[in-house]
Design a protein around this ligand. Structure first.
Ligand code: SF4
Ligand code: SF4
Length: 461
């Protein structure tokens, strides 16, 4: 056996009061383990005979150790392809409106007052029926995106009713989520979205407190939106249906040099409004959108990664749920899944949800086709569908990167635009491993369930 190359480690933890130990992380299985320094030394020096059989078998089980002759990159690529081939869910993104009330400076879309007509809705349905016939799927998953999807609420409702009936007729599971600016997410609409359209997960962007949010996420006529969005989040998250249907709102914060100072007070405000058990939070750097220069005020990646640790810790202290460590990912995103498509309000089909309505990508090689045209005319090699070839050819850094099994390559569109897509985890994994350990140690339930060998090794669950 050999030590897997898909392996990360913290420094020794002496300085944080855990002497002679460190945390190691297998990106192949997304498992972190607290080990004695002596075991770590035996691992990197290949003195496996010194390691107790019980511990050795845990390290093999969690793929820290793999067979000597294994081509690990190939093994990851093969496992990813098999997972995609066996995928039991058809995942589609529908953008039923080309309109949005907001005029955020970093958005790369051109908005117009166009919404999916009944004819387009019928074509959504026909396309999904066609894709479902290609394989034995057990479920259908729909993401609603925009423009602002709720400006096309009528189309969402009609399409959902048809697709839910289809899933029911076929005995398939049905899941749905929405990326919305939150302006129209009133309790009465929310109730219908959950009850009728089965949309239970929502992503809403808030760019800091009102002081920064209202300079960026303003309406096209320049009006502020912070108070209304926060009110909607508070109102809907207090509804009985929110808890009864396990709904979640994920608050996304888009961050650059001009607003990172407003993230701490936003976290405090979420707590003040007692939303900590209702919402989750995550932090995203602002990047260019097809050459729109939105990333000109981007934070340096390492600086962002350092701030992210502070924000995650602050969330933890305020009892706001966050995800600290990445999971094993078998697919970077929809772009590489040939059965996963984005359908826009005109019936256009794309591989990436940032393509519709954008100046750079709406036409040309990025367009797979249009639902009103025969499928023989569709471009199977549309932009980003070749991600697997890009990955295996070594055109990006990912082929030799030990983060690949949990990262997948970040964002194919970003690489396509010539920007490395490495997520903050690449820069702050040591701190995240420690933070994750610290959080789990504090959690009584996880503590009880921990698989612990107190002497030498501890799998951190
Ligand atoms: S290519 Fe990037 S922007 Fe497009 S769907 Fe994938 S992750 Fe999202
Ligand atoms: S995007 Fe960056 S971190 Fe992710 S696999 Fe590629 S090189 Fe590694």
């Amino acid at each position: 056996m050999k030590l897997s190359k898909y392996f990360l480690t913290t420094d020794t933890l002496d300085e944080v009061g855990i002497p002679n130990k460190r945390i190691i992380f297998s990106t192949r299985t997304a498992t972190s383990i607290l080990v004695d320094e002596s075991i770590y030394k035996d691992l990197i020096e290949s003195n496996l005979a010194n390691i107790e059989p019980g511990i050795l078998s845990k390290l093999i089980d969690k793929e820290f150790l793999v067979s000597e002759d294994q081509d690990e990159f190939q093994s990851i690529v093969t496992a990813n392809s098999a997972a995609k081939k066996d995928g039991k869910f058809l995942s589609m993104t529908i953008q039923p409106s080309a309109n949005c009330q907001l005029g955020c400076h970093y958005c790369g879309q051109l908005h117009s007052k166009h919404y999916a007509s009944d004819q387009v809705i019928e074509k959504y349905y026909e396309r999904i029926v066609q894709l479902l016939s290609d394989r034995e799927y057990r479920g259908l998953s729909i993401t609603w995106y925009g423009g602002e999807p709720l400006t096309g609420y009528g189309a969402i409702r009609k399409t959902s009713e048809k697709l839910i009936s289809l899933a029911n007729e076929r005995g398939m599971a049905y899941f749905s989520n929405m990326v919305t600016n939150g302006l129209s997410l009133k309790p009465s609409i929310f109730e219908e979205l959950v009850e009728v359209c089965k949309i239970t997960d929502y992503q809403i962007t808030i760019d800091g407190t009102a002081e920064s949010h209202d300079k960026r996420r303003i309406t096209k006529s320049g009006e502020s939106t912070f108070d209304l969005i926060m009110k909607n989040i508070c109102d809907v998250s207090q509804m009985d249906i929110y808890s009864a249907r396990n709904c979640n709102i994920s608050v996304r914060v888009n961050i650059d040099k001009t607003n990172y100072q407003y993230v701490d007070p936003l976290i405090d405000l979420i707590r003040e409004k007692e939303l900590q058990s209702k919402v989750t939070m995550y932090f995203a750097p602002i990047v260019d959108f097809g050459g729109n220069d939105a990333g000109k005020e981007s934070l340096d990646k390492e600086f962002f990664a350092g701030k992210e640790i502070e924000w995650l810790l602050r969330c933890y202290e305020n009892e706001i749920k966050v995800k600290v460590l990445p999971s094993r990912t078998h697919s970077v995103c929809m772009a590489e899944n040939r059965d996963s498509e984005v359908l826009d309000a005109f019936g256009n089909i794309y591989a990436c949800w940032e393509f519709p309505y954008s100046e750079s990508y709406a036409q040309g090689d990025s367009l797979i086709g249009n639902l009103f045209l025969p499928k023989e005319t569709y471009n199977e090699n549309a932009t980003l569908r070749n991600w697997n070839e890009m990955l295996t050819s070594g055109a990006t850094w990912c082929k030799t990167c030990n983060h690949l099994p949990v990262c997948g390559g970040g964002c194919p569109k970003s690489w396509h635009e010539g920007t490395p897509a490495c997520p903050p985890f690449k820069f702050n994994y040591k701190d995240k491993l420690l933070l994750d350990y610290y959080i789990k140690k504090k959690n009584e339930v996880d503590k009880e369930n921990n698989e612990v060998d107190k002497e030498n090794i501890e799998v951190i669950k």
